[in-house]
Design a binder for this molecule. Structure first.
Ligand code: B1M
Length: 218
């Protein structure tokens, strides 16, 4: 592993996730830190990239659910090493509530977004997965400047629109901004349900949240 280029190291991380090798993921994550490379980049270009490809393999019926779950375990092993080194450092840039919409238990992507948003210096309130609609509203009432909703299934996506409606009804918007994401979610869908923002991946989510927080005045 000596003298490995940044790209090669991140590719190896992705590969170690896909081959479900937590010990190797940990070793490579430590290497990232030793070499002074960006832990954020290692998360997106290594760990998350491996997990995304695993999802694609599953979709193509090239692997089974237990393998996807073992890959996610390997991914989290790397996260545990890297996340200590990406903490936003003291001052919070604002509160962001994140949750997976009701009926949906897919939270791997949301957890990646969470770590990246925390790394960017925001306080994250993690609502978890299968989150009932009123909990999003409560989080907004309790000071979240941005409410982030994740959904991985076409069947649960429409519930994101219900959350937006509920926030409207509670008179919390436009003071509170809403960002949505998850594999089946598109920019057009986000616009159609009246969300303020959309991001296709965790890195884009951070940029979008930074933009949205800049619009919040309260
Ligand atoms: Co299931 N599952 N699953 N699953 N699962 C999918 C989503 C599916 C597409 C598989 C398929 O059929 N091809 C399909 C949904 C079909 C549809 O749309 N209707 C599906 C199904 C049907 C189901 C069950 C119903 C299966 C069953 O029981 N019959 C069941 C659902 C139960 C429920 O939710 N009520 C189920 C269960 C599971 C497991 C528990 C086994 C497991 C989830 C484990 C967990 O999350 N804790 C699982 C998994 C792993 C998958 C796949 C294989 C992988 C998902 C994943 O983790 N991707 C998935 C197939 C696939 O995606 N090809 C599938 C990796 C992750 C890093 O990507 O989540 O997209 P992603 O996150 C990205 C971006 O989307 C973005 O950033 C992340 C990082 O870059 N992003 C955001 C995510 N959230 C964001 C929020 C933002 C911004 C960006 O702002 C707030």
């Amino acid at each position: 592993m000596k003298g490995m280029s940044t790209k090669a190291l991140f590719d190896q991380l992705a590969e170690a996730v896909m081959t479900m090798k937590p010990e190797l993921v940990v070793e490579l994550a430590r290497k990232v830190l030793e070499q002074g490379l960006s832990p954020q980049d290692a998360m997106t270009q290594g760990l998350a990239a491996g997990m995304r490809r695993m999802g694609e393999k599953y979709a193509a019926k090239e692997c089974f659910v237990p393998e996807v779950l073992l890959a996610s375990k390997a991914m989290y092993a790397g996260f545990d090493i890297l996340k200590e080194h990406v903490a936003g450092g003291g001052h919070s840039r604002g509160k962001v509530a994140l949750g997976v919409v009701q009926g949906d238990i897919h939270d791997i992507g949301k957890n990646i977004v969470k770590v990246m948003v925390q790394a960017a210096g925001f306080e994250v309130v993690d609502l978890g997965r299968n989150v009932p609609l009123p909990e999003f509203v409560r989080a907004a009432e309790n000071g979240a400047a941005v409410v982030g909703i994740s959904s991985l299934m076409t069947t649960t996506m429409p519930r994101m629109g219900k959350v937006v409606e509920a926030l409207d009804k509670a008179g919390l918007r436009p003071g509170v901004k809403v960002i949505v994401g998850g594999a089946p979610v598109t920019e057009r869908f986000a616009q159609n349900i009246g969300a303020d923002g959309f991001a296709p991946d965790a890195h884009a989510a951070v940029l979008e949240i930074e933009r949205l927080v800049g619009q919040v005045s309260r």
